[in-house]
Design a protein. Structure first.
Length: 191
């Protein structure tokens, strides 16, 4: 439906370090590394399947992501520390891909294993249908869950808040603790 209107590049940020749950992006959820679900959901989307990139400094994450069919952007170590904003990681990734001609960027969180192709497509389609600048996922209370964020390419570099935003509601949990693992696995069994 939208292939002729937009070329979308997907970025999955996945650093090796994490404080609350060690190596959370590789932590097993239902016997698969957490990042597996984000990569699979992205590769299954007709809109982004050929443009799915994982950005990481971690060798194990890079090797696993390649084995699953994702492309890699090697992230500098200074962009992999606790105090680095995801926006800075996206800027690095987009600059790295400057030879590619694309109009939109979608960021999919590696530690949101409930993410589905259906919700990714819903975000993309809403952005294009309503000519929005950004669409992101929120929980049932309207609070951003950080799982999916699609935006016009220029939004990656802006220094001000966007207008023309939309949201898509999910029931996703952002994985950070062992309690999150239990809750996510229970929800995934019931979905």
């Amino acid at each position: 439906m939208i292939k002729n209107k937009a070329k979308i590049v997907c970025i999955i940020p996945a650093r090796g370090g994490s404080k609350r749950l060690s190596r959370k992006n590789l932590y097993k959820i239902n016997n698969k590394p957490c990042i597996h679900y984000a990569i699979k959901a992205c590769l299954d989307s007709e809109y982004i399947k050929d443009f799915v990139y994982v950005t990481s400094e971690d060798r194990e994450i890079i090797e696993y992501s390649l084995s699953q069919g994702a492309k890699i952007i090697e992230r500098p170590v200074h962009l992999s520390k606790d105090n680095v904003w995801t926006q800075d990681v996206l800027k690095h990734a987009v600059n790295h891909l400057s030879e590619e001609k694309f109009t939109h960027v979608i960021r999919v969180q590696a530690n949101s294993p409930q993410v589905t192709t259906k919700k990714i497509n819903e975000c993309i389609e809403k952005l294009v249908k309503y000519n929005l600048w950004e669409v992101f996922t929120v929980d049932g209370n309207g609070i951003e869950d950080a799982a999916i964020h699609v935006m016009k390419k220029d939004c990656v570099f802006q220094n001000a808040l966007s207008v023309y935003k939309g949201v898509v509601t999910t029931n996703y949990i952002d994985l950070h603790t062992l309690a999150d693992v239990i809750e996510i696995e229970n929800r995934m069994k019931n979905d």
